[in-house]
Design a protein around this ligand. Structure first.
Ligand code: ATP
Ligand code: MG
Length: 227
């Protein structure tokens, strides 16, 4: 069998992906949270995992250093998706990309007045497109993390960030005012690898698809049950 390299990030993506990998018969031989190794062997000797920054996953796959990977839609929108085949929404790491402001900030009125807002974000590309579509003029400020701080200390009027429960926003007296796009993690495959290694990749794709559909279905059931 042709060897396959899968690029993953630690934390949320790895935790949510492990059950899907398991359904495809792939279990890491070491825990990436405790191991210092960046290349992990798995229970399938033809499959190895590489552990990279979440935002670097598309780059490793684009250049073929990994055959496939799992990346959030947020990261894929910023990367642009060149050289990547994106066959499957895995329905994991779900959240929303949103505009947020300080609790007392009247965003709607600022938009109506055509105010020029300063917006801090890690997601420059997505933010630029969003405000351009709304016909709003914004000054974007690139940050690498802890965006919630920016409006609190006067760096920005608004932020564009990922929101799931909203707890981090609330803890910092911020409120979400606009949804930009729903986010979930996707399987990405190097376009050349898919052609050259289809025999190995296709069955894995099917196993991921079946496992994520099951997961999607059970999520729907629990959501309905909680209503
Ligand atoms: P790094 O820590 O390397 O800067 P990161 O903060 O983007 O990267 P994670 O926090 O592990 O890394 O996020 C990985 C991916 O998980 C994101 O790209 C996004 O798709 C998804 N994600 C981020 N925050 C949430 C959240 N609150 N709920 C659900 N999914 C999320
Ligand atoms: Mg993070």
């Amino acid at each position: 069998m042709i060897p396959i390299t899968i690029a993953l990030s630690k934390g949320r993506i790895f935790d949510d992906t492990a059950p899907l990998l398991k359904a495809a018969g792939i279990v890491a031989l070491e825990d990436p949270e405790t191991s210092r190794k960046l290349i992990l062997a798995t229970t399938r000797d033809t499959v190895r995992l590489i552990i990279v920054r979440a935002s670097d996953v598309p780059t490793y796959v684009q250049y073929g250093a990994a055959d496939m990977g799992i990346a959030g839609k947020d990261v894929l929108l910023e990367h642009g998706g060149a050289g990547l085949y994106q066959p499957l929404d895995l329905n994991i790491a779900r959240c929303r990309m949103m505009v947020a402001v300080r609790d007392e900030f009247d965003y709607d009125s600022a938009v109506r007045r055509g105010a020029r807002l300063r917006v801090a974000t890690k997601y420059l590309h997505t933010a630029r497109e969003h405000f351009a579509e709304k016909g709003m003029h914004v000054d974007l400020i690139k940050l690498y993390g802890s965006m919630e701080l920016a409006p609190l200390v006067g760096l920005a009027d608004a932020i564009v960030d990922l929101v799931s429960s909203g707890n981090t926003l609330r803890a910092n007296q911020l409120k979400a005012v606009e949804e930009i796009v729903p986010i979930s993690a996707r399987l990405v495959i190097n376009q050349a690898a898919l052609k050259l290694k289809r025999e190995t990749i296709q069955p894995m794709l099917e196993a991921f698809s079946a496992a994520s559909m099951q997961r999607g279905a059970s999520q729907e059931v629990t959501e309905v049950a909680h209503q």
